[in-house]
Ligand binder design. Structure first.
Ligand SMILES: Nc1nc2c(ncn2[C@@H]2O[C@H](COP(=O)(O)OP(=O)(O)OP(=O)(O)O)[C@@H](O)[C@H]2O)c(=O)[nH]1
Ligand SMILES: [Mg+2]
Length: 375
């Protein structure tokens, strides 16, 4: 409530006087140095089908076919044999990936993308029209790999274009083949097919913060509580099979992308459970938020197991900055478990209850601090 009011206040003063406004803003910053998370005033959407976050996609791109050349001979009222007049076909369109801030993932990208074909040539020297290029918007930070896994494009700035498949060049009409020896050629070219190439599109960064935890730890409940995303929550393992991303807004208009990832089990690094694919999602998050279930005995063992999996998969991933959270603190047994956990880990553990919302404001504050440190 306070955060919402302060936002209104900020908007009001910015309309009245810019000079006064900047002074007041400085004053406001001094009073609470970390920006406050805003509670969304918009209700959750009532859309039934879930919206997954697609951070990696295999696509087949086919350039447009070139238009065929034409065989035609001109007949005029004064000259019945006015010579060949078959026009060339138009060029097929390329398929181009262009980075844009309008999209954040590959949800909208089809797995097979065909370029438009060029028009065929016609008589009376009419060349076919070149086809428009097909432009597919991809998020900034897209990495394009070929089928062998080699990086062939790193699209890290906005409006960069990557020509994924070139269209075929238009075929020549019979006019092109006329020579002094062969004045009436009855030959023309077919327009060739465009390039046909497969790529793997990947996001370099998927979210600012990614949730890591064993199945049933309450990751989806937490994302539901702090964002407008609606991942399914249920009391059985592997409820979440694909990543979900939600946004948290702060009163300085910064937005943090938060990812709920599928649960991690023992030997995930050997591709057990949802395995390596899941760990690859985690690699695309800047900060990891480890969600431990404090209602179960020995949560420090859970932490060790998670860390073991991360370390086995990649040393780099295990060394990412981490926020550790003990969830389900509303359950009575959690209190003792939390104390044991805190004593054993020696790093700060944040006790929360995603279900009742207890201590979530403290968690949101810490998340913002980490974001500022590691963005
Ligand atoms: N009492 C209590 N129950 C919780 C809390 N958070 C989650 N739960 C319950 O724990 C169960 C599992 O929650 P999920 O959010 O689906 O767990 P998850 O970590 O997303 O599980 P997976 O998607 O399978 O990896 C649900 O029945 C939740 O209601 C909490 O803070 N307190
Ligand atoms: Mg889940």
């Amino acid at each position: 409530m306070f955060a919402a009011r302060s936002l209104l206040y900020f908007r009001k003063i910015s309309l009245i006087s810019p000079v006064k406004n900047s002074k007041r803003l400085v004053l406001r910053r001094e009073t609470h140095s970390v920006p406050q998370a805003l509670r969304s005033t918009k209700p959750k959407s009532n859309r039934k089908e879930p919206i997954y976050f697609v951070d990696s996609k295999q696509v087949q791109v086919i350039g447009g076919k070139g238009g065929d050349g034409c065989i035609s001979f001109l007949q005029l009222w004064c000259n019945e044999r006015a010579g060949p007049d078959g026009g060339d076909g138009g060029n097929g369109g390329h398929v181009i990936f262009q980075t844009s801030t309008d999209v954040r993932n590959f949800n909208h990208v089809l797995s097979k993308i065909r370029g438009l074909p060029g028009e065929n040539g016609r008589g009376e020297h009419c060349h076919g029209k070149n086809a428009q290029h097909t432009i597919v918007k991809v998020p900034v930070g897209t990495v394009v790999r070929n089928r062998g896994g080699q990086i062939v494009g790193d699209l890290s700035e906005v409006n960069i274009m990557f020509v994924a498949a070139r269209g075929g060049v238009g075929g020549k009409g019979n006019k092109f083949f006329a020579t002094s020896v062969q004045k009436s050629p009855k030959i023309s070219e077919y327009g060739p097919e465009g390039e046909d190439i497969s790529y793997i599109l990947e996001l370099r960064t998927m979210a600012d913060i990614g949730f890591i935890g064993q199945p049933n730890a309450g990751k989806s409940t937490l994302l539901n509580a702090i964002t407008r995303a609606k991942p399914k929550v249920a009391p059985y393992a592997f409820t979440t099979l694909r990543p979900y991303v939600g946004m948290v807004q702060y009163d300085d208009f910064t937005q943090l992308a938060i990812a709920d990832l599928p649960g991690l089990i023992r030997d995930s690094h050997l591709n057990k459970g949802l395995g390596i694919q899941f760990l690859k999602h985690a690699e695309r998050c800047k900060v990891l938020l480890i969600v431990l279930d404090a209602s179960l005995d020995n949560p420090s063992l859970q932490y060790e197991q998670l860390m073991h999996e991360l370390r086995k998969f990649s040393k780099n991933l295990a060394e990412r900055p981490k926020i550790i959270v003990a969830n389900k603190m509303d359950i009575p047994e959690a209190k003792n478990n939390f104390q044991d956990l805190q004593n054993e880990l020696k790093v700060k553990v944040i006790p929360i209850s995603a279900k009742t919302g207890a201590n979530l404001s403290e968690l949101l504050r810490v998340m913002r601090e980490y974001y500022e440190l590691y963005k």
